[in-house]
Design a protein around this ligand. Structure first.
Ligand SMILES: [Fe+2]
Ligand SMILES: [Fe+2]
Length: 468
């Protein structure tokens, strides 16, 4: 098989012998990881998948039946801009970096490794879900997400092997060695060690946690380190579908719950094997709060250094802002001091994690509005909501303190007492799991979720998306 067949790419791989050798050595390890940790029980099935074949705005992807281990994971970057410039920070307007700036080598590698680690982690978290799919349409979407996370891992490994030499190659190997939820060699970020073993978790994960990915990738897509910017831009194209899966998945669950509530006089959907709104709300609280942690501390000198160096920008840095230096200005946030929430003003550059988190929250709110519209359309008055940004945090200023859903500072004892109302309990999880039974007949769907409004790429919902 020629090289392009083995590793489709638009990075002139055939001319870079050193990178080629590194990737070819890594490929069998990746396949054995996929075999061990990828979707269990479906490796030999034909799945109707989208494969990235180019980056052009027309026809970048090809749809056909593929067996997942034969998926053509490739390396695609957005085309280079002639005379690209550093778009922000102290070197604003200087030529973009084509190589890693020496003084930022270690932190930049850390950023790429941390992003890269999330990609295989989510595949591991989701590997059992195929056995309980609500429909063939959903099964196909799960596998689409999984193979693309595999490709995103390739994208990060390309950067590590192509730009960081020996230690980059070591990091690329380590990405295949850590395991989600394994106490001895866990994945780097905590949201990626949480179990994702039912489809409500899956939809909440792709809605909230993949959406964190969108914001991290968007900030890196602004990077003055051009290979990173171009890599992330193309990943965002695929990532949009993952968030679509989560957003519409939850919307369909909410819609079905509303329909079942109307069918029962006491609005008791358990009697009709649906998922109660309170449980949906608890899953939102859980995944939203863990995903907020992924943005890092509220006050961060790292974020300031990275912005100054032109390596990690703000969301839509070029479109949204006029002042790309941001050396002046401040940002006021609430912090805990002496047992109280008090305002603290910090230099703007130190607040960039918090500012990115704010963009993310605005985006999540749009999802909530759509789900609440589904409730309203069914004639119900109940509404879902996002908990306060301080609720249930494990990273940053609010970690180690306790807050209620509105963000009021409360005692640990009160939190412990009330947390079963706020976060999924063992019983909630068991109940949700008890509903998860595979529905694999084309055109059929599980009782706890509504069918999608449309199929994939013009195919009807009844299409045989996976040949079992
Ligand atoms: Fe990804
Ligand atoms: Fe994703």
């Amino acid at each position: 098989m020629n090289l392009y067949e083995r590793i489709p790419n638009n990075v002139n791989l055939s001319e870079d012998k050193r990178l080629q050798r590194a990737l070819e050595k890594w490929l069998p390890n990746f396949l054995s990881w996929w075999h061990d940790m990828g979707p269990e029980g479906f490796q030999e099935k034909d799945v109707w998948l989208r494969t990235a074949v180019d980056v052009g705005s027309e026809g970048w992807a090809h749809f056909d039946y593929v067996k997942m281990p034969e998926y053509r994971w490739g390396i695609f970057l957005e085309p280079a801009q002639p005379d690209a410039k550093v778009g922000f920070g102290d070197n604003y307007g200087h030529p973009a970096y084509q190589e890693v700036p020496g003084e930022f080598r270690n932190p930049l590698r850390r950023i790429i490794v941390t992003q890269g680690d999330t990609e295989p982690a989510s595949v591991e978290q989701q590997r059992q879900l195929g056995h309980t799919c609500p429909s063939l349409y959903d099964l196909r979407n799960l596998f689409q997400v999984n193979v693309e996370e595999g490709r995103h891992l390739w994208a990060m490994v390309y950067l590590l092997q192509g730009y960081f030499g020996r230690d980059g190659r070591d990091e690329a190997d380590a990405l295949l060695e850590r395991r989600s939820g394994n106490p001895d060699k866990p994945r780097i970020l905590e949201a990626f060690n949480q179990p994702c073993d039912d489809w409500l978790n899956f939809f909440a994960f792709t809605m909230f946690t993949d959406r964190d990915g969108k914001y991290q990738l968007s900030a890196l897509a602004e990077s003055g380190f051009e290979p990173l910017a171009r890599t992330c831009k193309f990943m965002l194209t695929e990532e949009a579908h993952h968030m679509f899966v989560g957003d519409t998945g939850l919307s369909r669950v909410v819609k079905r719950t509303a329909q079942l509530m109307k069918q029962n006089r006491d609005e008791d959907v358990r009697a009709l094997s649906g998922i109660p709104l309170e449980i949906i709300q608890k899953y939102i609280n859980f995944w939203f709060s863990y995903s907020l942690d992924l943005f890092g501390g509220e006050i961060s000198s790292n974020s300031a250094d990275f912005f100054a160096a032109g390596l990690k920008g703000r969301f839509k840095e070029q479109d949204q802002y006029k002042d790309h230096v941001a050396a002046e200005g401040s940002y006021t946030m609430l912090v805990v001091e002496g047992g109280k929430l008090v305002p603290r003003e910090v230099p703007l550059r130190n607040a960039l994690n918090e500012i990115l988190r704010g963009e993310y929250i605005k985006d999540c709110e749009k999802g909530l509005a759509r789900w609440n519209k589904a409730l309203a359309d069914e004639g119900l008055n109940q509404r879902l909501y996002l908990p306060n940004v301080r609720f249930h945090r494990h990273v940053g200023e609010y970690a180690g303190h306790h807050f209620d859903l509105e963000g009021n500072l409360i005692a640990k004892e009160e939190f412990e007492q009330r947390k079963t109302d706020w976060l999924p309990t063992v019983e909630d999880r068991e109940y949700v799991r008890s509903l998860m039974k595979a529905v694999t007949e084309p055109g059929k769907i599980a009782n706890w979720i509504a069918p999608p409004a449309a199929g994939i790429k013009g195919k009807p919902f009844e299409f045989e998306y996976v040949r079992l």
